[in-house]
Design a protein around this ligand. Structure first.
Ligand code: SF4
Ligand code: SF4
Length: 428
């Protein structure tokens, strides 16, 4: 996954990676990517950018992070949508997502965490313990949050391996919860000022807010095109764009995604799609899907369906809402940032009716024939909330398939069969 003409090994070695294990990782991923992505026909030409990004995700992008640090900037690792990228950027930081989507070093992880911990937590811990993630090794600080119990407790152990700072995220959305959350943003500013040696200014926060909003606007454009029949881009490709949004250079990413959106709008005008008009359209909702986890999308699309939207943290939850840009003081802008972020509807909140509304709204907007509820095994928030989602969808007359899985490939045969049967039912 790196430019063969550049030797990045000295950089990886300097970061403390286990080069042998890292080589194994870099051998495995391109094959999986080729099988899922490069095998697609009629892909938008603009997706070549993402092929390049993936090929350089441990190479050029890591070099850019090192250059940024050498120039006095910081790299800040995050695990959750609630950590405001705007504040990190305004204080000279580059935010990188550290959630991982592949099984790694589970033998070591399971000496620390129970086996029945969700794959996302085990995988993130495994990439750190196995020394194969140059992003976490580049991070000056890792920001955790009090979301689900698994993450909360895992951060205590992760903090023994890397500098970790934890934000307290409330679990409800009452006025007193907003006050707590707003005070947590002040606490975060203080911590990031300490790490960066800078002071937060209005100009920097306004600029960062506009840049991150532009990134989200570009993703909104790309995704809006998916409402067309036939869908102009596969769900897999659209998912990849959001997954990469957590790592890539923000202005470059925005420019490239807008270019793909232009292409998709032309495809829609020409009635050109990646799947037949009659292909069953599926909305996917549930636990996050971090790179390189595209298992469910791949199964749906190889079975003849098309994923048209994601109510996921690696989907609409990430790009739908923007921060208001008109505040004229730091305090006012932090208020607007607090409002935007607390408005995200994660299953860690109780009650969480906003997510049900979002799922039904997106299903209508994207003309979904069915909903696939995807939960990672041992992800209690999403596995339990699946019941509420399924009930509401059935009342609205939308069929639902519930899938509980992990990052292994062991259940692919059985899952594929269930998904095929679901798609047949949607067509019938
Ligand atoms: S599912 Fe919830 S806790 Fe997990 S990343 Fe998304 S917002 Fe954060
Ligand atoms: S997938 Fe579920 S259990 Fe795992 S970290 Fe996210 S919310 Fe927690």
């Amino acid at each position: 996954m790196s430019d063969a003409t550049v030797d990045y090994r000295p950089m990886w070695q300097a970061l403390g990676l286990d080069l042998e294990a890292h080589d194994m990782l870099l051998t495995a991923i391109p094959q999986l990517y080729a099988d899922a992505y490069l095998s697609q026909s009629d892909r938008p030409e603009g997706m070549a950018y993402f092929d390049f990004v993936l090929s350089e995700i441990h190479g050029l992008r890591i070099k850019e992070l090192q250059d940024h640090k050498a120039a006095g900037g910081t790299v800040i690792g995050t695990f959750c949508l609630y950590v405001p990228e705007e504040i990190i950027r305004a204080l000279g930081g580059l935010a990188v997502g550290l959630c991982a989507g592949a099984e790694w070093a589970y033998d070591q992880v399971e000496q620390l965490l129970p086996r029945n911990t969700c794959a996302l937590i085990k995988s993130a811990m495994g990439f750190k313990m196995g020394k194969v993630c140059p992003y976490v090794e580049s991070a000056d600080l890792v920001i955790g949050e009090t979301t689900c119990d698994g993450k909360k407790k895992a951060y205590e152990l992760f903090g023994e391996l890397a500098p970790v700072y934890v934000m307290e995220l409330p679990q409800m959305k009452r006025p007193q919860d907003m006050s707590l959350w707003r005070s947590e943003l002040d606490r975060l500013v203080t911590e990031l000022e300490r790490v960066s040696g800078r002071t937060l200014t209005l100009e920097a926060l306004q600029k960062a807010t506009k840049e991150v909003n532009d990134k989200r606007r570009a993703l909104q454009r790309l995704n809006a095109a998916r409402a067309a029949r036939p869908a102009p881009i596969s769900g897999k490709d659209a998912l990849l764009a959001v997954q990469v949004a957590f790592y890539d250079d923000v202005p470059r990413f925005t420019q490239m995604v807008n270019r793909i959106a232009d292409e998709l709008e032309q495809r829609v005008a020409a009635g050109k799609g990646v799947a037949p008009c009659a292909a069953p359209r599926v909305l996917v909702t549930g636990s996050p899907m971090s790179l390189p986890n595209w298992k469910v999308h791949d199964l749906v699309e190889k079975a003849g369906g098309v994923v048209v939207a994601e109510e996921l943290c690696t989907g609409a939850r990430y790009y739908e809402k923007l921060v208001a840009e008109d505040a004229s003081t730091v305090e006012g802008l932090l208020d607007d940032i607090a409002t935007k972020y607390l408005d995200i509807n994660c299953a860690c909140f109780t009650p969480n009716p906003g997510r049900i509304d979002d799922v039904l709204r997106l299903a209508g907007q994207y003309k979904a024939d069915g909903i696939l509820h995807y939960a990672l095994q041992f992800c209690a928030p999403y596995q339990i909330e699946a019941t509420t989602v399924e009930r509401a969808a059935r009342e609205a007359g939308i069929p639902v398939l519930r899938v509980d899985t992990d990052y292994s490939m062991e259940d692919v045969g059985q899952l594929g069969t269930r998904i095929e049967a679901f798609l047949e039912m949607l067509q019938g």
